[in-house]
Design a protein. Structure first.
Lengths: 277, 281
């Protein structure tokens, strides 16, 4: 019994050390966000006091330089709208290609699966050209790009779930006189709820944090949060590390709140995504 | 039933397919074609065969260097992430106080975006190096190990969650039976736990490998390839080829095709190993 206690304490100590390793960087950024920019490079791990403490200056300067609030607005709008439309359109597509058997739907299915493994670098140049040609280089048009690029994984996961639904339910609805539209929205869609939550979480994490696509398509006029933060680096000038620290804190706060509120769903979603993807 | 659904192609399938065509199918095909073309201006394009593929390796040695840098990074980070994640999962599935709080904390960095992560770690690493009056841009080795630490920080919690789920799925009577037979912890680990979580190990190995190969945001924010392209990974090298030199769009696209084949090969290998395991079981 005594031996077990000792090993428990050792394990607990190791876990505490690792937890400190995880939390330490976040804490350093938080502390430095109240420090003058020169002190960030000379004494990054000390508590800001005296000359080093600058109050909210970094925050006000950072907000002015990055336009953080509008970046937050664009990020939020693009993420929410894209995820909602991905869920609606890909669940419909997945139901169609799963229920209608044929060479065309087979090709569509394999093209969607193939798109999952293609890295963004393959299409980034031509995609941003097309976005420009079709005037999709704005906060509304980019949603179409996200739906198209996210369609692969979402349809694949929906279709995997739909394959397991017994046909009898849909047939019964149709015999009762429901058309495909009613059948889909009243019988099939409600059953897709848990898969939809998983897809929503995976896509939210992707789109919210995505840097390259918004940078290449809408970055010059509309900055999302990752683009706004990288923009602080500027051309050749030195980075204002004070403003950077403050913006990093502001960028992390919504993510951490979202995580603490939806933790269970997030971990479940990530698990399901890892196993199926 | 199939027939009545079939008529609704325009409603159910078409909207998503149009988006898919615009943002994936057409850019993919067009990009593939462009990899065989040379740009004199953005609209004046001539067919040049495999010239771009040759130039990808001959115009400078950055692409080759990026390949080996990425490969070394992927190998080191895959090994460290999975060992640490598995060890944490083992620890947190034993009865120690506060396991839920630890899980919550360890997983959290996974949600923070790559750009933000890169800048956070740049401050920490430059802060440590400041004691030696150096910065991360001085030596490629700092950038390499910086990326490894960053990647571990971000991914360990994610892999840990997968391992924890797998360990908790092991039937307890199996472990109890081993206890009765007098097996010690190492025997149980080797004979029961590791074989039982093997499918998850495969998943995690491939997830971390693909994450390592595709890494872009963290690379850009942490080192931006400094010093002199020495910490540039494949994705960043492709981006810089496209956008920092005029007339190199074809070369960039050729590199992107090579990169795609590389990533696709990893994915196919994954499919092959998991399929084979399924048949064996």
């Amino acid at each position: 019994m005594k031996k077990k206690n000792i090993s428990t304490y050792i394990l607990l100590l190791l876990m505490l050390i690792f937890a400190a390793f995880v939390l330490f960087p976040i804490l350093v950024v938080l502390i430095n966000s109240f420090k003058g920019r020169l002190f960030i490079s000379s004494e990054p791990f000390s508590i800001p006091k005296g000359d080093a403490f600058v109050g909210m200056t970094n925050y006000t300067e950072g907000l002015a330089k990055t336009g953080f609030f509008s970046a937050f607005g664009y990020s939020l709008w693009i993420t929410v709208a894209s995820v909602a439309i991905i869920l609606l359109l890909t669940s419909m597509l997945a139901w169609y290609i799963t229920r209608v058997k044929g060479i065309v739907t087979q090709i569509i299915y394999y093209a969607l699966v193939f798109s999952m493994i293609v890295p963004f670098q393959m299409v980034m140049f031509t995609m941003s050209k097309i976005a420009n040609m079709l005037s999709l280089d704005n906060p509304v048009g980019i949603i179409i790009l996200y739906v198209g690029f996210g369609a692969g994984m979402a349809s694949f996961m929906f279709s995997g779930f739909i394959k397991g639904i017994p046909l009898a339910l849909e047939e019964a609805a149709m015999i009762d006189g429901a058309g495909p539209v009613t059948t889909f929205f009243q019988v099939v869609l409600p059953m897709l709820k848990s898969t939809a939550v998983t897809i929503a979480i995976l896509n939210t994490m992707w789109i919210w944090n995505d840097y390259l696509m918004p940078y290449l398509t809408i970055g010059t006029n509309y900055r999302t949060i990752p683009v706004a933060i990288q923009y602080l680096r500027g051309g050749y000038g030195a980075v204002d590390m004070g403003a950077m620290m403050a913006m990093l804190v502001l960028a992390m706060v919504p993510v951490i709140i979202f995580y603490l509120v939806c933790q269970k769903h997030i971990i479940k979603g990530v698990l399901a995504g890892a196993v199926k993807g | 039933m199939e027939k009545s659904i079939k008529k609704y192609f325009a409603l159910f399938a078409l909207p998503a397919l149009i988006c898919f065509l615009i943002s994936f199918v057409i850019p993919f095909i067009w990009g593939f074609v462009l990899s065989f073309c040379e740009f004199t201006t953005i609209t004046d394009v001539t067919f040049v065969g495999f010239k771009n593929y040759v130039r990808a390796f001959t115009v400078d040695n950055y692409f080759t260097h990026a390949f080996f840098f990425t490969l070394a990074f992927a190998i080191v980070s895959v090994i460290t992430i999975n060992i640490i994640a598995f060890a944490l999962a083992l620890a947190l599935t034993r009865s120690i106080p506060g396991t839920n709080a630890f899980r919550t904390i360890f997983f959290m960095p996974n949600l923070i975006g790559g750009i933000v992560l890169g800048w956070i770690w740049q401050v920490i690493i430059n802060g440590v190096l400041a004691y030696f009056e150096k910065t991360i841009a001085v030596d490629a080795a700092y950038g390499f190990w910086g990326l490894v630490v960053l990647m571990n920080w971000q991914n360990v919690g994610y892999m840990m969650v997968i391992y924890i789920a797998a360990i908790q799925n092991i039937p307890t009577d199996m472990l109890e039976a081993a206890d009765i037979d007098g097996a010690n912890y190492w025997t149980k680990l080797r004979k029961i736990i590791i074989p039982a979580v093997m499918p998850s190990i495969t998943i995690c190995l491939f997830l971390t490998t693909t994450n390592g190969f595709k890494l872009y945001d963290q690379n850009l924010a942490l080192t931006a390839g400094n010093p002199n392209h020495q910490t540039e990974m494949l994705a960043l090298n492709i981006f810089n080829t496209f956008y920092s030199r005029i007339g190199f769009e074809g070369v960039g696209q050729a590199k992107a095709v090579i990169f795609t084949i590389l990533v696709a090969m990893i994915a196919l290998l994954q499919l092959y190993t998991t399929r084979r395991k399924e048949i064996e079981n």
